[in-house]
Design a binder for this molecule. Structure first.
Ligand code: CP
Length: 324
């Protein structure tokens, strides 16, 4: 399978076999990393990492990953580049792609902007564009999540249930792209998906439509509820995290006032008892400890968050190695 030059902007852009190939590549790279076997698959290649938002895992998994593949990353903070003076995606895309071999972008904070920006860059760049999180999808995160779930439960996930739930967080309006990415990807790979959120926190229309369509094609369930407990009931995987209200990303005070009504949407030990005994707790991180989740859960026996974060390295390397 040859994926050289292919963009990775949404998991929806890749066929099931291509996602499988990326997971297989990530597993191979993980094994070799653990064994100390060099994997210099991209010698002398350059990737540009363009950030419109903060990051710990994504930036460092890409920077460490490209180094381990024999290449080099340039970190670009959009606010200190000419993008802040209005340089167009066309000019940025053409010029960066003429200097290197791939462009990865995080642009996730404004609904309606990030995905459009990446697709505009990719229309002009003659090198692959990788989505490091936009307003619609976080395909690097969800690929690592699927890898983590398979490591725990095996490749055949039929009959297993994931609860993707909103949770309260006072820190900031977190993007909607992780829950959207999860409902789109997990419905394709055998999991029954239940999405839970208070009424104000509905996800974007298109990811919801795609999740429904994916579930129908795969013959799995996709349900939506306004009860965290209903979502957790008999779940094999719980993924509670906060996200913002689509219409209020520019109005944080109003959004926070609404969120205050739902402080009881927390993942604690009592709630974990509603899920299956062997259920795993997942979070893309950073988590608002004491709000989205208690320390007892995130540091407890159900939690796989550090393995999940580690798998960001192996999946980022796989994507770069395949498309660059
Ligand atoms: N999960 C995730 O994308 O983490 P960062 O925001 O730290 O990159």
């Amino acid at each position: 399978m040859n994926l050289k030059g292919k963009n990775y902007i949404s998991t929806q852009d890749w066929r099931d076999e291509e996602i499988e190939y990326a997971l297989k590549t990530a597993a191979d790279l993980k094994y070799k990393f653990k064994m100390g076997i060099p994997t210099r698959l991209l010698p002398d290649k350059t990737i540009f990492l363009l950030f419109f938002d903060k990051s710990t895992r994504t930036r460092n998994s890409f920077e460490a990953g490209i180094t381990q593949l024999g290449g080099h990353a340039h970190f670009i903070d959009s606010s200190t580049s000419q993008i802040a003076h209005g340089e167009s995606p066309k000019d940025t895309g053409i010029i960066l792609s003429s200097y290197g071999h791939g462009i990865a972008i995080r642009h996730d904070l404004v609904p309606g902007e990030g995905n459009r920006y990446m697709r505009e860059i990719s229309a002009w760049a003659d090198k692959p564009v990788i989505n490091m999180q936009c307003d619609v999808d976080h395909p690097c995160q969800t690929l690592a999540d699927l890898m983590t779930i398979r490591e725990k439960f095996g490749a055949d996930l039929r009959g297993r249930k994931i609860a993707v739930s909103w949770a309260y967080a006072p820190s900031y309006a977190k993007p909607m792209s992780v829950p959207q990415g999860l409902i789109m990807l997990m419905t394709r790979f055998g999991l029954d998906v239940t999405l839970a959120h208070p009424p104000e926190y509905t996800l974007m229309e298109e990811p919801l439509r795609l999740a429904q369509e994916n579930a129908r094609k795969a013959g799995v369930k996709f349900n939506i509820t306004d009860s965290m407990d209903a979502a957790f009931a008999d779940a094999d995987i719980v993924y509670p995290k906060s996200w913002g209200i689509e219409s209020l990303f520019q109005n944080p005070d109003e959004a926070l006032a609404i969120a205050q009504k739902y402080k009881h949407w927390i993942c604690n030990e009592d709630r974990m008892k509603v899920a299956k005994k062997e259920a795993i707790y997942m979070h893309c991180l950073p988590a608002d400890r004491g709000h989205e989740v208690t320390d007892a859960v995130i540091d407890g026996p159900h939690s796989v968050v550090y393995r999940e974060a580690e798998n960001r390295l192996h999946t980022a390397k796989a994507i770069m190695a395949l498309v660059m």
